[in-house]
Design a protein around this ligand. Structure first.
Ligand code: NAG
Ligand code: NAG
Ligand code: NAG
Ligand code: NAG
Ligand code: NAG
Length: 280
């Protein structure tokens, strides 16, 4: 399971009618397999009634067109069709129970897949499983002190496909968020960057943490926690920089002043020397 990109399974039992004759058989498969971009996805089908299966066929359905992806039969063994060679591998082969792995899933692998158990003499029994691809990056949280005391402006951004939901939380119960504002921006690669900003108010203690969770579909969420910067040091967050800038400025001014004073002193000494020479 660990090397698989499959993050979520819905196991369901399908009763499907197939072709002209309505064949019903129980196939156990996942209704939806969710996988993150770049991960591997595992699709499996199991024919729960014992039948005389000649071949198991995996098909990809796109725009209502079925393309054969791979087949397994007792006589010819495993066969992955052209165009899917680097993409698909059998994981488990059996005539009642068959699974494939789709490697390094991309947006274009999204869609529904059929597994067909071709039996004699009844015909084929079909199971359907759909692969859904998502993308979710770790959220980025920013906590800024607002100009009133005991108030912070918290903002959190998360990028994903489809658009993620972003939820803020705080570890201390007597603190609360208000003035929520959420903005969603669509990126060129079909992902969305969602930014939620809110004002946190109340009297916090020095271990209070702010959390931000990003969620997409039913994939595992991604969460980040940050400690609210300290009041005493916290102010320095921005002031430190200007403080050091001021210090730099001060150093520069004193260097310039002392150079000027030095030049004036040297000039005065030379002048006094010349003057004394003139007098004598
Ligand atoms: C079917 O395959 C799955 C793994 O894909 C395995 O866990 C299960 O035990 C198999 N069932 C049978 C009846 O072989
Ligand atoms: C914070 O300062 C801005 C201007 O710098 C002002 O518009 C705003 O009303 C202030 N907010 C509070 C809560 O004092
Ligand atoms: C800080 O807040 C947390 C959560 O409310 C609480 O468990 C903890 O005791 C508090 N610590 C102090 C020093 O007040
Ligand atoms: C899509 O775009 C976002 C924002 O530009 C970027 O963070 C993300 O990594 C991109 N995803 C891929 C798969 O390139
Ligand atoms: C955190 O709070 C406790 C009591 O509220 C205090 O004793 C401690 O010095 C504080 N720590 C910091 C780093 O401010």
């Amino acid at each position: 399971m660990s090397h698989l990109g499959v993050s979520f399974y819905v196991i369901s039992v399908f009763i499907l009618g197939v072709s002209d004759k309505v064949l019903t058989a129980v196939i156990q498969t996942q209704q939806t397999v969710l996988a993150a971009v770049g991960e591997d996805a595992d699709l499996s089908c199991q024919l729960l009634e014992t039948k005389d299966v000649l071949q198991v066929t995996w098909q990809k359905i796109s725009h209502d067109v079925e393309t054969n992806v791979a087949t397994y039969s007792k006589y010819f063994g495993q066969r992955v069709n052209d165009g899917f060679n680097d993409k698909v591998e059998f994981k488990y082969t059996g005539l009642q129970n068959c699974s494939i792995v789709i490697r390094n899933v991309m947006e274009q692998d999204e869609g529904c897949y059929h597994c067909l158990f071709n039996t004699y003499p009844e015909g084929s029994f079909t199971g359907r499983t759909c692969l859904q691809i998502y993308e979710l990056h770790e959220p980025v949280v920013d906590v800024r002190e607002s100009n009133s005391t005991e108030e912070w402006v918290v903002s959190c951004s998360a990028t994903g496909r489809p658009a993620p939901t972003v939820t803020l939380s705080v570890s201390q119960q007597d603190l609360s968020f208000s003035q929520y504002n959420t903005v969603s921006v669509s990126n060129t690669n079909a992902t969305f960057t969602v930014t939620t900003t809110a004002v946190l108010s109340g009297s916090r203690n020095n271990s209070t943490q702010v959390g931000c969770a990003a969620r997409v579909l039913s994939a595992p969420h991604r969460e980040v926690m940050v400690t609210i910067p300290d009041d005493d040091d916290g102010d320095d967050g921005s002031d430190k920089k200007s403080g050091s800038n001021q210090r730099n400025l001060g150093i520069r001014i004193s260097v310039i002043l002392s150079s000027v004073v030095l030049v004036l002193c040297v000039a005065a000494l030379i002048f006094v020397g010349l003057y004394e020479k003139e007098i004598s």
